[in-house]
Write a protein that binds this ligand. Structure first.
Ligand SMILES: [Zn+2]
Length: 429
């Protein structure tokens, strides 16, 4: 198993559970993690993970405690955090226990409604984003239906929402903040010195600016981290990855994440104020990315990455016209542009140039040049077209080898698989 896959196994929870705070709290690693807090009146469960892992998670859960669940809190409405409830609810029904309270932010309900409206789209989108994941193939076989939700019974409303309750003499404080989503809730349990963060903390550079997904909130993310820092927690239970333990370590990961989010947001804003367009901002931002972020363990681009965060910051304030070039306002089809370029120079010239760029290690430029041939297909000899496809396939695989971000690597892998299928079809002809 290569180190990339090993990192990702941690991300999806393929490691043993943790018990902490005098055996009263547990973290069940999954996709995403489940937090369990014991009280003498029952359990508070923070997130219930993805449906596909529910049987495994329930088994682990019942090996750790036999108490009934009194509260389930949704950190946010993503599939990997609140769709894995079935065996937990089945047990409640079988034993005739009371149904637990389900706590969520009001934007989580909006999210569920959106999933229902866009169910086919999300199915397609998630099959793209998680395509190469070994559990992804299982996940794709049985797609999570957005119609199967466990509806919240306690709903936090508004931007400054908070909610607290007591169970078995233990105080639970919930806070709403935005970051990966607009429906995030995090939990502070003072007596246990514990924060459950949901995806506001994952063992990766924050997933802000995901290429497939709606707007996310880098500045609010930084603020959420700072609000968590005020608690000086000893345990930080992340949405994905290992439990973070020790006051110093917790403060460190929160503060470096806050700093990184402030940095990417503020540097993009500064450049917007300087009248710069996206391309210039993006490439300048790549140049100035500080080493301290690059090297920090918690900011490794395993899932989200810095480049995507630049997009997120820009999109917060900018429309889709992002080049400042009037040519791009009502663009022609890219195939037509390619045909014009092929009318000027024959395809051989382009493939030779792409081969040279590939040899020189300029992989991205080689791809741009190859696309001229591939988009102008009807002007290209079939054998040469096939060569161009094969070269593109090889180049993408080279890029995947060194790409740390799971999302980015998956997008490229998907593209490569589509090319492979196309090559097979063409060879049959
Ligand atoms: Zn998640």
């Amino acid at each position: 198993m290569d180190s990339k896959m090993q990192d990702f196994k941690f991300f999806i929870g393929m490691f043993p559970p943790s018990t902490f705070a005098n055996d009263t709290c547990h973290m069940i690693p999954s996709f995403g993690n489940i937090g369990v807090i014991e009280t003498n009146e029952g359990l508070v469960v923070f997130d219930i993970a993805i449906r596909q892992f529910a049987p495994r998670n329930f088994k682990t859960f019942r090996e750790l405690t036999d108490k009934p669940i009194k509260y389930i809190i949704y950190s946010h409405g993503h599939f990997d955090h609140c769709f894995g409830f079935a065996p937990f609810i089945q047990e409640i029904n079988e034993k005739g226990w009371d149904m637990p309270e389900i706590i969520a932010h009001e934007n989580c309900i909006r999210r569920f409604n959106k999933y229902k409206m866009l169910d086919k789209y999300h199915e397609w989108l998630n099959s793209q984003q998680f395509a190469s994941l070994s559990v992804g193939s299982q996940a794709q076989q049985e797609t999570v239906s957005p119609h199967d939700t466990l509806p919240p019974t306690i709903i936090l409303k508004g931007n400054d929402a908070s909610y607290s309750f007591q169970l078995g003499g233990v105080d639970f404080e919930l806070y709403h903040d935005m970051g990966e989503t607009d429906d995030s809730i995090w939990l502070w349990v003072p007596e246990k010195d514990l924060i459950c963060a949901g995806d506001l903390m994952v063992s990766s550079f924050p997933n802000v600016g995901n290429p497939y997904k709606v707007q996310r909130y880098p500045k609010d993310w930084a603020i959420a981290m700072e609000r968590m820092m005020e608690k000086e927690a000893n345990y930080l239970l992340p949405g994905h990855g290992r439990l973070i333990e020790g006051k110093k370590k917790v403060q460190d990961v929160l503060s470096i994440t806050a700093e990184a989010m402030h940095f990417v947001h503020d540097e993009v804003v500064k450049r917007l104020n300087e009248g710069k367009w996206f391309e210039q901002i993006y490439h300048e931002m790549l140049e100035i990315y500080p080493e301290k972020f690059k090297n920090h363990e918690i900011l490794q681009p395993l899932y989200g990455c810095y480049q995507f965060a630049i997009h997120a910051s820009y999109r917060l304030y900018h429309g889709w016209y992002n080049t400042g070039n009037p040519t791009d306002l009502f663009p022609a089809k890219s195939e037509e542009i390619a045909r014009e370029l092929l009318a000027i120079n024959p395809p051989e010239i382009y493939i030779q140039r792409a081969q040279t760029l590939f040899k020189e290690g300029k992989l991205q430029l080689a791809l741009h040049v190859l696309d001229i041939i591939l988009k102008g297909e009807d002007m290209v000899d079939p054998t040469l077209y096939l060569d161009a496809l094969k070269l593109k396939y090889d180049i993408i695989l080279e890029k995947v080898k060194v790409e740390p971000s799971f999302i980015a690597a998956n997008i490229m892998n998907n593209g490569a698989q589509q090319i492979k299928t196309r090559i097979k079809e063409l060879k049959k002809k």
